[in-house]
Design a protein around this ligand. Structure first.
Ligand code: SF4
Length: 358
């Protein structure tokens, strides 16, 4: 089974912290979609477990383009209850668009809200306000979507713990099925990198993270990954495929794939892409690479990594192979039954622990 990712690199305006491959210039939109459909048509696919239409802002463009993509994908063998997600940003979701998505078979909407307070949204360079989010959210419900994710960010400039709690309280009151909460990382090559920002310190960042875990748990959201929380039965099938190293194929500009233990990445040049040039990088993974990925991707998940699954896949004993790392971080790792997982303290230093597996 395969998961598919489709990259739509267009946004109305670039957010000040964004280092994703996206731009506001849509002059090549028709050529881009022609190339995207060619890429889809040239690929032979096994059964499809999930589809994620991401970006960029797929909801920014006319829904007819999304229809074309879904039509091209329909030649694949898509599982009956496959999770099919589209990423959306408030300020771009009309009822008409949402009804069109529904008619194409899309059954999950992931909305980038980020923060509840308009002053924070403005400081992030987002195109929307809290009010436009609420209006769009109502449209999503009216169109009949039940599987809704809301993306949030914390550790934002000028954000206090109270503001973060206000965001969580208001968002959980809307009762979405899924919430993602990521700490802002100021990346090079973004306007934020060159700005004087009043960012919360590390201690406040961790307080915000732990308060989110606590509040979300109290509201019925199970934490199933470092940054992801869901109501029972609503974890993201697509994202779990990434963390469990299942096969996936990415289409479009800069899209990444993992097929037959080979990681590939498409070109980031739109002019090359519309000329039909797709793959820019390709790396065959060694057994050691695959084992390392199994560990540092799988341990992002709360349930952890399976010892017997590791043995089945690689023919090696995980506890022997990584015994030294487990001993070094014994206060941060829990080994219980067939699973090795990070404990609460371990999540706070996860990147340091993951380095041990590389
Ligand atoms: S909406 Fe998302 S992809 Fe688009 S500019 Fe903002 S952060 Fe980047």
């Amino acid at each position: 089974m395969t998961s598919l990712y489709i990259h739509i690199p267009f946004c109305r305006r670039k957010c000040l912290y964004c280092d994703f491959l996206s731009f506001s210039d849509t002059k090549y939109i028709n050529e881009y979609f022609d190339a995207l459909i060619k890429e889809i048509n040239a690929f032979d696919c096994k059964k499809v477990r999930s589809i994620f239409i991401g970006g960029g802002t797929p909801s920014y463009i006319d829904s007819k383009y999304i229809g074309k993509i879904m039509e091209a994908l329909s030649r694949y063998n898509i599982e009956k209850n496959a999770e099919i997600t589209i990423e959306a940003n408030p300020g771009t979701l009309t009822l008409q668009k949402l009804k069109a998505y529904k008619s194409y078979g899309i059954n999950r909407i992931s909305i980038g809200l980020q923060a509840w307070q308009n002053e924070l949204l403005k400081a992030l360079g987002r195109i929307h306000t809290r009010e436009s989010f609420i209006e769009n959210y109502e449209n999503v419900l009216k169109a009949g979507f039940e599987n809704i994710n809301i993306d949030l960010m914390f550790s934002l400039p000028e954000q206090s713990i109270d503001m973060w709690l206000e965001t969580l309280e208001n968002v959980t009151a809307l009762n979405p099925a899924h919430i993602s909460a990521y700490s802002l990382i100021v990346e090079e090559n973004t306007p934020f990198y060159d700005m004087e920002l009043a960012l919360p310190d590390d201690e406040t960042d961790r307080k915000m993270y732990h308060s989110a875990i606590e509040l979300l748990k109290a509201k019925g959201y199970m934490q199933y990954e470092i940054s992801n929380f869901a109501k029972e039965g609503f974890h993201s099938v697509h994202n779990c495929a990434y963390w469990q190293r299942k096969e996936y194929k990415g289409f479009g500009l800069g899209a990444a794939s993992l097929m037959d233990n080979c990681r590939t990445k498409n070109t980031e040049s739109i002019s090359d892409y519309i000329k039909g040039v797709t793959i820019a990088e390709s790396e065959g993974l060694t057994k050691a690479d695959c084992m390392a990925e199994y560990m540092f991707l799988g341990m992002r998940m709360k349930k952890g990594v399976s010892i017997s699954g590791f043995k089945r896949e690689f023919g090696e004993d995980m506890l022997e192979k990584y015994g030294k790392a487990f001993e070094k971080f014994k206060d941060f790792i829990e080994i219980s039954g067939d699973f090795v997982r990070l404990n609460e303290k371990g999540i706070d230093i996860s990147n340091m622990i993951f380095c041990e597996f590389i």
